[in-house]
Each structure stands twice: as C-alpha cells, then as structure tokens.
Design a protein around this ligand. Structure first.
Ligand SMILES: *Cc1c(COP(=O)(O)O)cnc(C)c1O
Length: 525
C-alpha cells in the first residue's frame, strides 16, 4: 500500500510512519541541492583547472610595481567550478525554468539561435583594438543592426554604444543638452518634465545631467494629463520624457498632441522606448514626433538579462539631434566599413563618447539574429502576441482581482491594484511571496507608484497558451485562498524557497558577504 503526500501523489511505501514527518536537514542541504560556502571562501583550494607552462622569461617590465602577494582568486578544478555555478543557478529562478512575469522587464525567451550566432568566432573572438580592416564583418553587422533599428523606428540615426536603457537615457539627454547649447538656449532651459508614472531611471537621468525634474500629472485613465503638460511647458523646458506605451501598460492616445506641444515650446521629446516590444512593427516612433528614444535590446530584441547584465540600449535620434550623437558609429565608405571615432573625423559635433569602445557586441549579434530570424512580419507578430497575451491574463483574472484601469484593453502588461485584497489582511507583497511557493516568479510589485499596491504582469509574447493557463490557474487558486481568509499561507510565504523572506533593505545597506551555516543545520561554518 502507498500513502499519499499532501499534493496527492503516490509516495514510496512507508507504512507505520508519519507521512507528514519532515525534519530539518542536518547540513542545510535540501532535495539534492547542497548548501555551500561562497567560491572565494573555500579552504586549501590552491590549484588551477589547467596546467600552464612556466613562462620562459620570469622577468617583468613592471619593476617595483610587480604584485608581491597572491591575488586571492579561488583555486578550483573545472568540476568544482562547474558544480558551484550550477548549484547557484538552481537556487534561483530563470526564464528557462518557467514564466517570469516581471512587468516592465520583458523577461522573454532568449532564442538559442541568437546564442549560436553570438558564439561564432568571427564575432566572439575579436578585440576592439584590432585594425578595422580585420573586423569588417563585425562592422557590417553593426551597420545592419543600425539599419534595422532606424527602419523599425522611422528615425534617421542611431547611437549604438549605450549599455543599458538608463545609459541610453543619459545619451539622449546629453544629445538634447548639446542641441540646446548649440542654439545658445541651454542656460534658459533647465527643466525636464516627467510624468508621475515614469520609471525611476527617467527622473534620475534628468537630475544626473543637471536638469531639475518637474512632475506631470496623470489622468484617471492612466495617461499623461495633457492640460497639465501644456501648462508646464515653456521657454525654460529642455525636454519631456514620456514612456509609450507607458508603465501602466497603456498607449498614450494623445501622443501626437504631446509632441506638437513640446516642439511648439522649443523642447525635445525624449521617449522611453523600453516598452517597444508592444508596438514594434506596428508603430514607428519617428511618426509620433519623437526626438530621441532608447531601445532595450535586452527587452524588445530578446538578449539575456537579469542578474545584472549585460544589456544594450541604443538610442535612435531625430534629424535635429543626430549631429550630436556620441562617437563611435559605423559608415559604409563604399570601400569597406569604417568606425567614425574622433572629433577630427566627421564627429566634430558629437557630445563625446559613452564608453571606451563600441558597446556590447555580443548583444548586437543576438539582437540582429532575432530580427533577421523573425523578419518584419515576425516582429509585427511579436507586438501583437505580447499584447494579446497580456489581455488574455487581464480578461481571465479581472473577475477575482481588480484591474487598475478596467476601461478598454491594455497593451503588453496587465496592471492590477490591491483593492481586491481589502479586508483580507494580505498585502501585495504577501501575495507575491505565495506565488513563489506555487512555482511562479512574482510579477512586479508596487510599480508604477501611481497605483496602490500595484501588481504589474508582463507575460511577453513567448509564453504559449498552455503556460499562460497554468499561470492563470495558480493565480486564481491563490486569489481564492486569499479571499477565503487563508492568511497564514500568505503571511509566512515563501515556505518552499531556499530562503524565506529577506530583509531587502538591510541586505542592500549592510550586505553580509560571507557564508554562514544554514539556520537549524548542525554544521560548523
Ligand atoms: C527597463 C526600463 C528602463 C531601464 O532600462 P535598463 O536597461 O534596465 O537600464 C527604463 N524605463 C523603463 C520603462 C523600463 O522598463
């Protein structure tokens, strides 16, 4: 006879034992996953994974500057290094494991074809200081990527080198500042207008470039309040920064009016293009009057991100801003490709450069691979499926949860508030933690700030209906439990993750950088 465990699966015969007995493990390990020190804390690891021949010449050109002590790198064999990183990866969520519905982040599948292309030796084994004649293929790829980006956005120029969306914002605002300087208007134009729902990087970038940030109100239906914008525009405004579709997952219906008013006031329109995956192939930002917009290659064009990098945030620029684009860029001379790098070349108006070399080459290869394998029709379908999937989620959950903007369809994200949790004593945070126990990464919480207890769900276009249905089922079951008053399930969650609730503020302010034996284990450490 077999007994049933709590989820009703048959387990091995254990007649006479308490089926619910679940001791803490002695080592802190759990279910084939060991708990271990960090890689640089290992003891007696004075080895390397490879045998290197002793250099023929022991002398050094560094004289007195030569290092006297070991550098302190962990010495590991290949299997030790492999296992350490595979174990770490198993403690974490990944897009290759399941849905990753983190709103605003566009966590979609990274096609393996991209990876194969990025590993071609002609792209992966080159050095940025190689003579340009030896990297013509790589330069041609950058030129083609620039062609796709300008074509898809309907903009005349692009600066490829920014290394993230936020870096792209910096690039765009520096181009805007250079344009105002060239017109002699910089001194009088010291303000940047930013809607209240903006991603935090927008006001941060404006402040970093030296502007003062003025907030623009939002209407009850989640869009920019055009009357408030018009009232705040004037000869002291350098630019507006507007996200479209915005961070509430809604298209800015008045976008043409917004750009008209902005240009009339002599300001530039910076568009945060992080949500370009919702409109790619359908709408060209150039047709909306945008002057500068970053494109997160790692979001819209599927290059891997999360865990800190690498990203790529090329910025498309209008005719008015193009002359100020940062070096370098690629030109086709008819006799090969050339990087324009210096002010004495054609870059005399460039505001400078944003990074030492050309940007994230590996991301360029992946993004172009994604574009070419989809084609223009496929990219249009990306936008259509991203929007369809988000609306499917909204439609299937709106009877139980409360959509922040119930009127009409959404774009690529379904946004709920916490109105539906009222009276349950369960918060957005509690709900998110319980999702982890059910096998799902939480949605984005408490952003955008304009929505109380926000839950921002972005399924992306790469989830199948079957995956979405599994996610929706879990959400419905959890919402049912919340409404039925099953508070403990939420307050204590996550129960099944490698770690429970972390004090995230303390972790950021006073990080503990050394391993200690897991609580409740019998280990020394
Ligand atoms: C992701 C995002 C950014 C910032 O992009 P990074 O590549 O993370 O720097 C800016 N704005 C919005 C709306 C975003 O979603």
């Amino acid at each position: 006879m077999s007994t049933m465990n709590t989820v009703g699966r048959p387990t091995a015969p254990n007649e006479g034992l308490d089926a619910n007995y679940k001791p803490a493990t002695l080592t802190g390990g759990r279910g084939l996953l060991q708990d271990e020190p960090l890689i640089f804390e290992g003891e007696g690891w004075g080895k390397t994974g490879v045998d290197l021949p002793k250099p023929a010449n022991d002398g050094s050109d560094l004289g007195d500057l030569v290092r006297k002590d070991p550098i302190g790198l962990p010495g590991l064999s290949e299997p030790e290094a492999m296992r350490h990183y595979v174990r770490l990866s198993q403690k974490n969520h990944a897009i290759d494991l399941a849905v990753y519905p983190l709103g605003s982040c566009t966590m979609k599948h990274n096609p393996r074809l991209n990876e194969k292309m990025a590993r071609l030796p002609g792209f992966s084994d080159i050095h940025p200081l190689q003579p340009q004649s030896t990297v013509q293929g790589a330069l041609e790829l950058m030129d083609q990527l620039a062609h796709w980006l300008t074509t898809l956005t309907g903009m005349p120029a692009v600066a490829l080198s920014p290394k993230a969306g936020a870096h792209g914002e910096l690039c765009g605002l520096m181009a805007i500042r250079a344009a105002h300087q060239a017109k002699g208007e910089h001194e009088q134009r010291r303000k940047v207008l930013v809607p209240t729902s903006a991603h935090g990087t927008n006001p941060a970038t404006a402040a970093f470039v030296g502007y003062s940030v003025v907030e623009v109100a939002q209407t009850d239906d989640g869009r920019v309040d055009v009357a408030d914008l018009a009232a705040k525009l004037g000869p002291d405004v350098a630019a507006i920064m507007v996200t479209n579709p915005n961070t509430c997952g809604l298209f800015e219906r008045d976008i043409l009016e917004i750009s008209r008013l902005t240009h009339e006031a002599g300001a530039y329109f910076y568009c945060d293009g992080a949500n370009f995956n919702a409109i790619v192939g359908r709408v060209r930002p150039g047709d909306l009057g945008v002057d500068a917009m970053h494109i997160n290659l790692h979001k819209t064009f599927s290059t891997p991100h999360g865990g800190g990098g690498p990203g790529a945030g090329p910025v498309v620029l209008s005719e008015a801003l193009a002359p100020f684009a940062p070096a370098p860029w690629v030109v086709n001379t008819g006799d090969g490709y050339k990087l324009v790098e210096r002010e004495e070349d054609e870059a005399e108006q460039a505001f400078g450069r944003l990074c030492a070399f050309q940007g994230q080459m590996g991301m360029y290869v992946r993004a172009l691979s994604y574009m070419m394998s989809h084609g223009s029709d496929g990219l249009r379908q990306v936008a259509e499926d991203a929007v369809l999937n988000a609306n499917y989620i909204k439609a299937r959950l709106e009877d139980l949860m409360s959509p922040a903007f119930p009127e009409g369809p959404c774009m690529h994200e379904a946004l709920f508030d916490d109105e539906w949790l009222k009276g349950t004593d369960i918060t957005t945070l509690d709900f998110a933690k319980a999702m982890i126990d059910e096998g799902f990464h939480p949605m984005t919480m408490y952003f955008p700030l304009v929505v109380h207890g926000a839950m921002l769900i972005e399924p992306t276009e790469t989830e199948s209906k079957a995956e979405l249905d599994r996610f929706i089922e879990a959400m419905r079951l959890l919402a049912g439990a919340a409404k039925a008053g099953d508070v403990d399930r939420f307050k204590g969650a996550p129960f099944h993750a490698p770690l429970r609730r972390l004090d995230e503020t303390r972790a950021a302010r006073a990080p503990r950088l050394r391993w200690s034996a897991p609580e409740g284990s019998n280990r020394a450490g």
